[in-house]
Structures are given as C-alpha cells and as structure tokens.
Design a protein around this ligand. Structure first.
Ligand code: ZN
Length: 148
C-alpha cells in the first residue's frame, strides 16, 4: 500500500519522503518538515487532520474503513476460524466451535470491523490531540490552512 515518491526539499535538496509514501488518503498531520533545514511543507492532499477534512473525504475514509473491516471479516470467517475448527475437530474444543459455527459471521464482522474502525478512531484521536497544540495550529496557519 505504498508508492515510491521521492519529494525533495526545495531549499536544501534533502529527501522529504524517504522514498515511500502511502498511496491512499489518510488522517494525519499535513505538515512535512525537512529534517535537514527545517523548512515546512504541506501535504494536505495526501493526509490531513480530521478537523480539516471535508465531509466528502470523511465519508470516503469511513467507507474505506468499512471495506477493510469486511476484508478482515472475510479473512477471519473464511479462513482463520474454519481452520481452527478443522484443526480441533474431534476434540471437545472442536465440538464447541462447530456448534458455534453460526457465530462465525457475526464474530468475524465484529472483529474485522472493530479492528478497522479502531484504527481510524485512533488516528482521529491523535489528530484531535495535535489540534490542541497552539504552536502546531500556528504552523498550519502559516502553511495556509484555515484553522480556528
Ligand atoms: Zn531542507
């Protein structure tokens, strides 16, 4: 889930991205800082603070999380849990699992969805924490973000 992008600092030529960056939009700081000379850059098109993301993009992020949640659920319910059942067939644990087979779908959905949404939730919490820092908000304003 990464693509090779080597953005370089316009002032000193140092690599800003280190080569690989995520190729999807995510919640995170839109500020990129040159480690060599300290110049600040905006990468708001790649990632941005939750409070600065528009409603359409927020919806997109929720849909993406739903998609990943379903993908995890399909992996768990289609591979992991049946494999567990197969491995323990004949044993007491196997009997319990087979009897609980109808629980696989809701269990997989809650685990997969929970895992996926928890990831987004943690990103949003971290974003809200950054947005409480007045110095950080000042940097955002300097880069042209409308921060209240
Ligand atoms: Zn630089």
């Amino acid at each position: 889930m990464t693509i090779y992008v080597n953005e370089k600092c316009r002032r000193c030529g140092e690599s800003l991205t280190g080569g690989y960056v995520p190729n999807y939009f995510s919640v995170g700081s839109p500020i990129s800082k040159c480690l060599k000379c300290g110049t600040l850059y905006s990468r708001g098109s790649k990632q941005n603070e939750w409070a600065l993301i528009g409603p359409v993009r927020k919806m997109g992020l929720l849909l993406l999380s739903t998609y990943w949640g379903l993908a995890w659920a399909a992996t768990l319910g289609g591979l992991v849990l049946p494999a567990l059942i197969a491995a323990s067939t004949g044993s007491e644990m196997g009997t319990v699992l087979v009897e609980g087979y109808t629980w696989i779908i809701p269990l997989s959905l809650s685990l997969g969805g929970g895992f996926s949404f928890l990831g987004l939730y943690r990103q949003i919490l971290a974003s809200n924490r950054r947005m409480k820092d007045p110095n950080y908000k000042l940097q955002l304003r300097q880069l042209g973000y409308e921060v209240t």
